[in-house]
Design a protein. Structure first.
Length: 390
């Protein structure tokens, strides 16, 4: 009998006594929440909702639209031409700069740019050019995979552009996409993760400002014996007073009145909190990198890649703006050239102030090359041939 009692006592579960209340551990090992990557969502979060993305698109589109262009063929450079007149006044509502800015903006935001020609049936020559929104356009591929038509959707209506005509009514310019045959890859998609990080850091900063730009703290209630607890109505009253009188920017610096037994324990910023600003600046540089804009031109701190602002501006035009303009002008020329006897639109690098020093050096270098003929020098500089050179 004694042995049985002793055995039963050994089977009783032992628990360690604790004077503290139960503790619940929280951890944040969940997955990151990324925004959608479709063109509409990226435009909303990366252009209309992010200052860095907005500035990158505007800076490139405006700079590219302001690049002067010229029209020439093998024999001459034109000062007046029907194609130049069309580009100067493409439609009743836009000039050349406005049309090209809208086109470049669509290309940067979605990876696709579309131009429509109007008035061709009546006169045999294009009368107007219009930029079509990329998010409304869809490719209709044929059996061989090449586009046979484009569908433009506005509200509940659709308009189909037949690409099997003698002259294509729509020009589609797209950026390189290694995994898509019909649509381009926009810089917005490449910068999507950095945009989410930058937007999240901005929201965190806004929440901190709404909380009077102070770190959180804790109100400790000890009670008479040091182990007391607030009643439910006392707890609710305390929470309401904190929310109404001590939160928000309007209550910044307002003193807190604590009754007996209550003590305020402020909590300082954690190291992770202090890194938020650096994370935001790093995300901003990644966004600028995806678009090809030197961070120095955006006023981002901590970037010393270029020696000065002029060098960064030259790199911006040379590596980002000019390739975009050259690609677009070549596409427009290839599209409209059959209607204008093969004349080609080209960007005029000599008219860009940021590249004046480089162009001057190139002109001097070619002019001093005694082993070249005048015809070879003109060809190297992109000038048409003279009659005596033929």
């Amino acid at each position: 009998m004694v042995l049985q009692l002793f055995k039963a006592s050994r089977e009783v579960e032992e628990k360690k006594a604790s004077a503290a209340a139960g503790v619940i551990a929280f951890h944040g090992a969940g997955r990151a929440a990324w925004s959608a990557r479709d063109s509409v969502s990226l435009t909303r979060t990366g252009f209309t909702g992010n200052p860095v993305g907005f500035r990158c698109v505007k800076m490139i589109a405006e700079a590219a639209a302001a690049v002067p262009y010229l029209l020439q063929d093998v024999e001459r450079r034109y000062a007046e031409h029907p194609l130049l007149a069309l580009m100067a006044r493409p439609n009743a509502g836009q000039g050349a700069a406005a049309l090209l800015e809208a086109f470049y903006g669509q290309l940067l935001l979605t990876g696709d740019g579309y131009l429509e020609v109007a008035g061709l049936e009546a006169t045999g020559q294009p009368q107007e050019l219009h930029v079509l929104r990329s998010d409304r356009m869809s490719v209709v591929p044929g059996t061989d995979g090449w586009p046979v038509a484009y569908e433009y959707k506005v509200g509940g209506r659709k308009h189909r552009f037949d690409m099997r005509q003698e002259f294509a009514p729509v020009l589609h310019v797209k950026t390189f996409h290694p995994q898509d045959d019909h649509y381009g890859l926009s810089p917005m998609q490449a910068a999507g993760s950095a945009l989410d990080v930058h937007n999240a850091a901005s929201k965190w900063s806004k929440a901190l400002l709404d909380n009077a730009a102070r770190p959180s703290g804790a109100i400790v209630y000890k009670g008479a014996d040091g182990m007391g607890a607030l009643a439910s109505d006392q707890y609710d009253r305390l929470v309401d007073e904190l929310a109404s009188h001590h939160q928000g920017a309007v209550n910044a610096g307002r003193p807190m009145l604590l009754e007996g037994g209550l003590d305020w324990k402020p909590m300082g910023f954690s190291p992770s909190d202090m890194e938020f600003q650096k994370t935001k600046e790093s995300a901003a540089r990644e966004i600028a990198l995806a678009f090809g804009v030197p961070p120095m031109l955006l006023g981002l701190p901590g970037d010393n890649t270029y020696a000065n602002y002029q060098e960064a501006n030259r790199a911006f035009y040379r590596l980002t703006v000019l390739p975009l303009v050259a690609k677009t002008m070549a596409a427009i020329s290839g599209w409209l050239a059959p209607l204008y006897d093969g004349a080609e639109l080209r960007p005029d690098a000599d008219g860009i102030p940021a590249l004046a020093a480089e162009r001057e050096a190139q002109w001097r270098r070619v002019a001093d090359a005694d082993f070249l003929t005048q015809a070879e020098k003109r060809e190297m500089l992109g000038l048409p041939r003279l009659p005596e050179d033929e």
